[in-house]
Design a binder for this molecule. Sequence first.
Ligand SMILES: [Zn+2]
Length: 296
Amino acid sequence: MAVRHAAFAWLDTQRAGGKETFSQEDTSGLQLAGETIRLMPTQQGIWKPAHLQAALSFRTVYRREGLDRPYDDAVGADGFYRYKMRGHDLGHFENRALREAMIERLPLIWWLGVQGGGYSALYPIYLVDEERSDLQFVVDIDAVPQPDITWPSIDLELDPSYRQQLTKRRLHQRPFRAAVLRAYRTSCAVCSFRHGDLLDAAHIQEDGAGGRPVVTNGLTLCKMHHAAYDRRILGITPDYEVRINADVLREVDGPMLRHGIQEFHAQRLMVLPERRAERPDRALLEQRFQAFLEAG
Ligand SMILES: [Zn+2]
């Protein structure tokens, strides 16, 4: 158990330092709880270090949205994700390693593929059941603390199809944040502020309105500019320029309003993804900008 908790603590520290996307390389050869350990599977989807009885992590690769909508076929009507066992053999050593974690109620790390490469970590997650005839485990993500992302709470009273939809949205949040922060080099698009734990991956077309969890529908924004964007105080034109609501522009207040909001009016976004294909979708910006103008 010690090494699991040391692994979670290590991931917490990394995340606090702004790191969201992990590779094989930077999760190997770690010194945790007095042991040298690797946290991610190499070839296969499931990872059990030799000296542990149960699996430590498993992995889901990134699949391009639209071609093959990730998670769509894997979330049950009960709102729980189904992770497919390895091969067709219930007794395969990797399946046994996962079953052991399930029986012992041991927390695991779930590596979720990130658009553009690497993996984001969801932890602690639990396997709560197995469905042998379908060769799959039932995954519970309710224990995951996610203070920095939109994480709708799931109530068992909810309508099953809505519960299913919320689980899919939850599963997208962590890799979406990782992909958007990477694309913007962990900097606010408006002001270039670089403190990872005060940055959000904002949706241009909002999550609840069908916005897709892809980089071109995202912006890295600091807490202040994210809130201002969502409240239509700050708008972003399809040409990547900032506009401030006319009333707010006339207000007189302290330095936060002046330097933090008003001075960005008519300025170009300070940070954009280097790869053109990752820059904000102009049609989505346009739609959102119209809503800003209507609110003003
Ligand atoms: Zn900002």
